[in-house]
Design a protein around this ligand. Sequence first.
Ligand SMILES: [Zn+2]
Ligand SMILES: [Zn+2]
Ligand SMILES: [Zn+2]
Length: 85
Amino acid sequence: MICPNCSNFYDDSYAFCPYCGAEKPAPKICPRCEILTDISYNFCPRCGRPLVSIKDYRKKWKVCPRCNHKINNVAKQCPYCNHRF
Ligand SMILES: [Zn+2]
Ligand SMILES: [Zn+2]
Ligand SMILES: [Zn+2]
């Protein structure tokens, strides 16, 4: 893993860079296949879609408390069961 802040190489299992203390970037995920990929990848190796950071991905989606479908975070109503938030 190469630190995006100081460009030093450090172990993948570390959560912070031991050289400059920068937090390890969040892994990336394909919004379609939902596979986690290496943080250095920009596109999904399976479907070619642009990858998003897992942090952004979690922010973007919420789970409907009534039907447990995954829906967009900005939605005010669940498209599956019409549950209002
Ligand atoms: Zn660093
Ligand atoms: Zn994909
Ligand atoms: Zn629902």
